[in-house]
Design a protein around this ligand. Structure first.
Ligand code: SF4
Length: 181
């Protein structure tokens, strides 16, 4: 699976509670105003087997509330995403995916094990300017696992904009959150 970077813990910004967030590379959409153009090219990420990725992440899940997979578009690598979800699910039940696809465009099998999806492409003319946990008003939070409806509803209704900054071992800085356009 081509991955660009992983940060943890991200607090309440890209999903409820404290989460490990993984950015998959590769997205065919090229939305004008995309905040992460460097993630559109699949090969800008590092190719890591899903087994190795799960092994890498596992020791860091203790005490976290969930995992979020963003991008790029995680569904651009549907088989890898499906395998990743099935491997990691028993260690972390709450898995949120950000995708530019509409929920109706995604094969039902590819949704197995996924708790919630924020779907739809970024539309610059409808930018939320960061007041919601997604980039534009056309996007939607879909909670697929009913058990988590209260958790996600509370998160969305009480969402407070927040940007977190992380530095990588190589000195790169990542600004995490939904930014103003
Ligand atoms: S779907 Fe997201 S990652 Fe893909 S081009 Fe649009 S804004 Fe960028």
């Amino acid at each position: 699976m081509y991955c660009h970077h992983i940060c943890s813990p991200i607090n309440n910004t890209l999903g409820p509670g404290n989460r490990l967030v993984l950015w998959a590379s590769g997205c065919p959409r090229k939305c004008p105003g995309c905040i992460s153009p460097e993630l559109q090219e699949l090969h800008n990420g590092k190719d890591i087997s899903v087994d190795n990725l799960a092994d890498l992440i596992s020791p860091h899940l203790s005490g976290l509330d969930g995992i979020t997979v963003s991008g790029g578009d995680p569904f651009f690598q549907p088989e890898e995403l499906r395998k990743f979800v099935s491997l990691i699910k028993h260690q972390c039940d709450d898995i949120l995916i950000y995708t530019g696809y509409l929920l109706s465009e995604i094969d039902k099998k590819a949704l197995e094990g996924i708790t919630a999806i924020i779907d739809g492409p970024y539309i610059a003319e409808q930018a939320t300017d960061g007041i919601l946990p997604y980039g534009s008003y056309n996007q939607r939070l879909n909670v697929l696992d009913r058990r988590y409806k209260p958790t996600y509803t509370k998160w969305l209704n009480s969402y407070v904009p927040k940007i977190q900054t992380f530095s990588s071992h190589s000195g790169l800085l990542y600004s995490i959150g939904i930014h103003k356009s």
